[in-house]
Design a protein around this ligand. Structure first.
Ligand code: AMP
Length: 435
């Protein structure tokens, strides 16, 4: 079995990894670290949850340690661009954790908060800068940040940065980086626009593609509950009576819905909070901390706010509203079953969402088990879904999960089931990741 020391990492990094309890490198770490230590550029097709932060942070830290330069005010040596504030904070924490014996100076900058503390951090001297594009450009224009000495550039979640409209900002930022540099670009998907961005900035790069560890996916028990829209809140309350729901992340499509669901839960005596883009950065961080600390049992979130949330021990992901985009469903349910735990993902599907459910099933190449064992089961929606769903083709009619009243554990994969060898049957593989 490959270990971190086999990958050529230096002792101060190995010590930090041991303290974190990491013993085995994840697939992306095994592939990326040796090549990045050699100074190669890299295109990484991977999403959060694969261990990609350590895959880029460890080699960058090691290469910086091999060539120490005193941290200069405003002039970072490494720049990591990432779409959201939460991801920026998490990546900053990753560098702090892995680099704790190396003594580099870090700064994390993002919008939505005052710039004073960020400007002070830049002035105090910085080796590693993690930033969201908008605020970075703002501070660059005010001459608080100078990118002339950047040696390591990471574009994280490039597809999401494009979706969020950051492409122009990213290009301006990259154009200011003049020093010889090692460049890494990560993206969960590879649409044409990301590919052309990658080609424009990577030199003689190595391409690495990993899927989320299938063991994680296989540990997620997915179910769908057909329910009328007006019954969803009562169904949620019913589910939360179950003590097995220890820490639940509930997804809505809109900020408004997130607030309403959280308010409903609080009124019914459940400790809950909402996190979305309308909240100040400090309020979002406070909500996340409360959720991590177990002060709130339920966190209601929109997709953007939840992206990259890395909280261990989420027992249930509840899709209160299904996402229009199947990729978001994959991201959402990946928040549970972390770190070896078992997780449950429950989707509420109302009459208007049957099409969304079908799109998810097509993309993930699996049929989600129908759970009828609740008081709000809407048989007419189930019947509608059954009419044109692969469920009937598979001989497993909707509304009749095999194995009696309780739905079976684990996913039913229409192509080979769980644990199938090779991986052709794994839902996350062979997805439409155009190259
Ligand atoms: P990331 O994909 O970087 O967001 O990482 C996902 C989660 O996996 C984070 O909680 C990391 O702390 C954790 N992690 C990363 N690498 C390892 C490893 N080799 N062993 C155990 N946990 C890891």
């Amino acid at each position: 079995m490959t270990t971190f020391s086999d990958l050529g990492l230096i002792e101060p990094l190995l010590r930090a990894l041991t303290a974190e309890g990491y013993s085995v490198p994840t697939p992306i770490q095994q592939q990326a670290i040796p090549m990045l230590l050699e100074g190669r550029d890299m295109l990484g097709i991977a999403q959060t949850g694969t261990g990609k932060t350590a895959a880029f942070a460890l080699p960058i830290l090691q290469r910086m340690a091999a060539n120490r330069i005193k941290a200069a005010p405003r002039c970072p040596r490494a720049l990591i661009l990432t779409p959201t504030r939460e991801l920026a904070v998490q990546i900053g924490e990753g560098f702090a954790t892995y680099g704790k014996h190396l003594g580099f100076k870090r700064a994390v900058i993002y919008g939505g908060v005052g710039q004073g503390a960020q400007v002070s951090a830049m002035n105090a001297g910085v080796d590693i800068l993690v930033a969201t594009p908008g605020r970075l450009l703002d501070l660059m224009n005010q001459r608080h940040v100078n990118l002339q000495h950047v040696e390591f550039l990471v574009l994280d979640e490039a597809d999401r940065m494009l979706d969020m409209g950051f492409i122009r900002d990213v290009k301006v930022i990259v154009s200011k980086i003049v020093a010889a540099r090692q460049t890494l670009l990560f993206s969960a998907t590879m649409p044409e626009a990301v590919m052309s961005l990658a080609k424009g900035i990577l030199k003689n790069y190595e391409r690495i593609e990993v899927t989320p560890q299938s063991t994680t996916v296989e540990r997620i028990e997915q179910r769908v509950m057909f329910v009328a829209r007006d019954d969803k809140r009562r169904l949620l309350s019913e589910l939360l009576k179950d003590k097995a729901v220890t820490r639940a992340l509930v997804f809505t499509r809109t900020k408004h819905a997130a607030n309403r669901v959280a308010e409903h839960l609080i009124k019914s005596g459940v400790s809950a909070d909402a996190i979305h883009g309308n909240k100040s950065q400090n309020a979002r961080q406070r909500s996340l901390n409360d959720f991590k600390a177990g002060k709130a049992r339920v966190l209601v979130a929109t997709d953007i706010a939840a992206r990259g949330i890395d909280v261990d021990g989420i027992s249930h992901v509840i899709n209160f509203e299904l996402p229009a985009d199947p990729e978001s469903y994959v991201h959402r349910i990946g928040r549970t079953a972390r770190a070896g735990a078992v997780g449950v993902a429950i989707a509420f599907c109302d009459a208007d969402e049957v099409g969304d459910l079908r799109a998810i099933e097509r993309t993930t190449r699996q049929t989600i088990t129908v759970d009828t064992t609740h008081a709000f089961h809407a048989a007419h929606i189930a019947t509608r879904s059954e009419r044109d769903s692969p469920r009937s083709r598979n001989g497993r009619p909707a509304g009749k999960p095999s194995g009696g009243n309780r739905p079976p554990q684990g996913n039913r994969n229409s192509r080979g089931g769980r644990g199938g060898s090779g991986g052709g049957g794994r839902p996350w593989e062979n997805r439409s990741r155009a190259t």
